[in-house]
Design a protein around this ligand. Sequence first.
Ligand SMILES: Nc1nc2c(ncn2[C@@H]2O[C@H](COP(=O)(O)OP(=O)(O)OP(=O)(O)O)[C@@H](O)[C@H]2O)c(=O)[nH]1
Ligand SMILES: [Mg+2]
Length: 341
Amino acid sequence: MRLKSFHAPTMQEAMRLVREVLGDDAIIVASREEEGVGVRVTAAIEEEELFGAGAGGPANGTAASPLSFIDPVGPDPLDQVSEALIRHGVPPDVNQAMMESIETLDVRDPLMALSAALDSVFAFQPLSDGRFPRPVMLVGPPGAGKTLTVAKLCTRAALAKKPIGVISTDTDRAGGIEQLQAFTRVLKLRLITVEDPMALADALLVQKGMEQVLVDSAGRNPYSAAEMKELRDLLVAADIEPILVLPAGMDAVEAVETALAFRQVGAKRLLPTRLDMARRLGSLLAAAHGAGLAFADAGTTTKVAGGLTPLTPTTLAKLMMPEMEAAQQQPRRTKQTGTHA
Ligand SMILES: Nc1nc2c(ncn2[C@@H]2O[C@H](COP(=O)(O)OP(=O)(O)OP(=O)(O)O)[C@@H](O)[C@H]2O)c(=O)[nH]1
Ligand SMILES: [Mg+2]
């Protein structure tokens, strides 16, 4: 007997899929409503009915995709991806787009399936290790992790002995400059502080020859027209790329609205932080999807050295399914121990 799960928005649609793929002899063994996703129906069929007794191949065109059937000894990888998306609180529209992108794939590995879904629905543009085409300004709501991210990027560049420029525009808030200065002093970098758009344009001219120019900014309330205008004024002063910094663990709808506000001032990339402190990354997927932002790197620790992980479909899939990553590494570790013994 072979089992297969079907996802659909309604029971009627799920039943139609069962009949289409498995034929009229399929037996429904379980059905379940899944919040925000719809209905999941698991159906079974005898293999002789599927392939024709002794025929060794599909009996007719409707049963032409036996590869996507669940291996009776293990769970369906697509079900595991679907469960992970629900666990992460990925909103229904994003969940559906991701699941649809992989429903016809023949993959045995849930990490690969999730990685394929991420790859087809999202864009990934990690920050280069080399020369940045434009200076970047880390922007976002208060406390998102902008200053720590600038410190991490400074440290990464300093370890690679790259000449970089560091500018802070966070001059209004008490302590805004000192926080970054504490890092730049250790790294023996000169921190330039600027108070207005003209000064920023001049500071960027001074830093022109640098491989990377990093600009910290003050936290902005995405719903304050005045604060967002201040930010826009800074950004139009020079050719500079704003990168949105957003912490994991926000409400998904709030994350989308925040991302849209920063998209309006020109952000095209999202750099999520605090991935080490959140178990649900759905709000970040929602923000990237809703505002059309590409994933850059992610903050995964408070440490400045090695504190950024370049995001790719594979690294993000591993962050979303750490249990699968751990399970895959298990046999390798055992083998290494054997070699040393
Ligand atoms: N665990 C963890 N903490 C982080 C991460 N990124 C930032 N933080 C913490 O988040 C807090 C805020 O970080 P900041 O870099 O000061 O945030 P900011 O966006 O510059 O804040 P404002 O300048 O006040 O708007 C600090 O306590 C950081 O240590 C991360 O990836 N992981
Ligand atoms: Mg700051």
